[in-house]
Design a protein around this ligand. Structure first.
Ligand code: AMP
Length: 417
């Protein structure tokens, strides 16, 4: 038997039912905030991710699905979507059309991580990207949207952490100071962590190693002491707007985020419902990325959120299934054309969900199925009644009452229900 690849999942109708509902809410939410949907290709040139996400990140180093196509072009399944959105923005020179572009996206991303609860190799992300504004109100808009989305879905144990990484050169200055502060503690590091400290020092702040965490807490410098006065002013304005919007947050000076392109504001939302993989969503400013990838000097901010983790935190059961409004019971083989046509007519003219049996089952078992599908009504074509008066039996499934309705009246009947 051929099985699916480890870390991927089949979503059966009882799961997609919940996802469709979430997506509908997200679409409406994004529309009322003025964000339009962008859909970019699932694969891109490998270089796009190595240049934007960063050569020394785990994603680029070991998690990308990369292959060479028949022309020797190195391609990669997207491990995240910001890079693709920025590429599309640059390619379409969108800053020439509008001073601000606001996008949202929903779709799959791919990372070859070790699968566990809330961590897959094909997972689904939704997110927003706002390109064009350098001002703190744009940061506050994006952070408040992330918070309000989880609020809309009823999540309670939310924690919002924010920090500033400062402008362009701060990360490298701070990184050097961080490396220096750790020199005396080399024996606490394992080999991989020591390599990380050398290649991508800020990542060491997210370590899960408890001993190292303690050393960092006691000895690492604070990035906030490195950022400029303008960076601090920017950060203070973001928090002042969040305060006025009643968005709760915590300033976490150790929050750095893994990808290279971030500058200034970074943030993350976590939920205690999630266990080890507790990040619901993360984001931040990437003021230099558009220029670095060949576009104009356009500041930007966004976030990416994991759909699977939202679903875990919402504790959705997968018991919901497709329901129907009307179940037409097929009583005779020679009524099949009639019931199929009637079903189509009701769907088109009344716009309701209609189900007909295609298994030629007994009336009793069709009735059972109608109940299982939570049908509000069933329509039964009783041979005698239908022949003599062209009337159909309509059964109200909740109170079991029945009435005879003439064929010409059926659309009117359901329209007024
Ligand atoms: P990141 O850009 O890595 O912070 O990812 C943004 C969000 O995507 C995270 O906060 C998670 O909710 C989700 N995410 C990232 N990687 C995975 C994964 N392997 N499986 C499931 N969700 C993920």
């Amino acid at each position: 038997m051929i099985k699916n690849i480890k870390g991927t999942k089949d979503l059966l109708p009882n799961a997609t039912y919940n996802i469709q509902d979430i997506e509908q809410h997200l679409n409406t939410f994004m529309n009322i905030h003025g964000y339009g949907e962008i859909r970019t290709p699932i694969f891109e040139s490998t270089e796009l991710f190595s240049r934007s996400v960063g050569e020394h990140t785990d994603i680029v180093n070991k998690e990308m699905y990369t292959w060479e196509d028949q022309n020797g072009h190195s391609l990669t399944l997207r491990p995240e979507m910001t890079a693709s959105v920025v590429r599309a923005y640059i390619q379409n020179k969108l800053w020439k059309q509008e001073p601000i572009s606001k996008f949202f996206y929903i779709g799959p991303s791919f990372r070859r991580e070790r699968p566990q609860k809330g961590r897959l190799r094909q997972f689904h992300q939704f997110g927003v990207e706002a390109l064009g504004s350098q001002y703190p109100e744009q940061d506050a808009e994006v952070i408040s949207m992330a918070y309000n989305i989880y609020n809309m879905f009823g999540l309670e144990d939310l924690s919002v952490k924010i920090n500033s990484l400062g402008g362009k050169d701060i990360k490298s200055k701070y990184g050097k100071a961080l490396q220096k502060s750790m020199v005396d503690f080399k024996d606490v590091f394992n080999e991989q962590e020591w390599v990380r400290l050398n290649n991508n020092p800020l990542r060491i702040l997210d370590t899960k190693n408890k001993n190292l965490k303690k050393i960092i807490n006691e000895n690492a410098p604070n990035i906030f002491d490195f950022i400029s006065i303008d960076d601090k002013k920017h950060f203070n304005k973001v928090t002042s707007i969040l305060n006025s919007m009643n968005i709760p947050y915590e300033h976490d000076v150790k929050l750095v985020r893994g990808l290279d392109y971030y500058s200034r504001t970074v943030f993350e939302l976590t939920s205690s419902e999630l266990g080890a993989q507790d990040a619901l969503c993360g984001g931040g400013r990437y003021d230099n990325l558009v220029a670095e990838l060949g576009g104009a000097n356009i500041p930007a901010i966004g976030f990416a959120a994991g759909m699977e983790r939202l679903i875990i935190a919402m504790k959705l059961s997968n018991n919901d299934t497709i329901n129907t409004d009307i179940y037409i019971i097929n009583t005779e083989e020679n009524y099949i054309e009639y019931t199929m046509t009637l079903a189509d007519k009701l769907r088109k003219e009344v716009g309701i969900a209609v189900h007909t049996d295609t298994l030629r089952r007994s009336i009793k078992s069709q009735m059972r199925h109608a109940n299982k599908m939570n049908a509000k009504y069933s329509i039964i074509i009783n041979k005698e009644i239908f022949k003599s008066s062209k009337k159909l039996l309509i059964k109200n499934m909740s109170d079991n009452t029945q009435e005879e309705i003439s064929e010409d009246e059926i659309v009117n009947f359901f329209q007024s229900e």
